[in-house]
Design a protein around this ligand. Sequence first.
Ligand SMILES: [Zn+2]
Length: 313
Amino acid sequence: MFATPVEVEPGILRVTLPLPSGPRHVHCFLLRGDDGWTLVDTGLGLPEPSWEEVLAQVDGQVVRIFVTHMHPDHVGGAAPAAQATGAPVFQGRLDYAQCERVWGSTDWPERIAAWFVRNGVPPQVADELIESGHVFADFVRFAWNPTLVEPGDDVDGWRVLAFPGHADGHLCLYRDGVLVAGDTLLAPITPAIGLYPESRPDPLGDYSDSLRAIAELDPRVSYGGHGETINEPAARAREILVHHDERLDRTEAALSAEPRSGYDVSHVLFGTALPAIQRRFAVAETLSHLERLVVLGRAVRHEDDRIVAYTAR
Ligand SMILES: [Zn+2]
């Protein structure tokens, strides 16, 4: 399954790489162009398999590398891929700014830990959550100073589209009914939509707009970073909108007149027995829903310098 390129349609190859946790795999794509291949996404940056090994099975050169978003399993192999190919790396301007802030700074772990504590996570648990993130950090080898791209740009005949939500600066490529979607549209899992510090304030609102835009675009097919090829992207986008509407209802139902933190509410929504790495996603995901409810006028946020908490409207 891993590392052997598979042709998913003429001119598009899928390369699946291993992950140590989560969905256990990530898909990268090779798009054939006149001058060579465009590699979309680069895996986590694990030493095995190497990009040399993967690309030895591909006919022709990789002439550019495109990163959809700065999550570790997409950007982590960018520097090794660039080194293996000599190709330039293209990444969104906003996405690269966040990439540098998270993976290129030494104080990010403390900043995110303080933010978790502010959202009700007990300090010791916050340390565990941060520790669990280090599993990835060790492997992230993003490419410094990539060629920055903007929504609307053209990359070898593919249109660059911004679909924020899963990541603020998430970009996709679109051409002739084909969407190379990164983690914007997935099946059977749904993309994680989390709130994080120093990010856009309403990621679930952003994501809902992105899903509606995909339904409108109505691609023939969508290739995502995990799971299955999606042959009815518009229908899948509408399905995920319904999923979040239901989760918003459950989040609202978990609130009362008594202020509750994002951490507290995550226990109601996702249960009490989660390992640290999953609690981290659960808290971030709960917060994106709570903030959406605030924007919709269905919840109230209360904050002082110590803690952020929410009540029912
Ligand atoms: Zn992602």
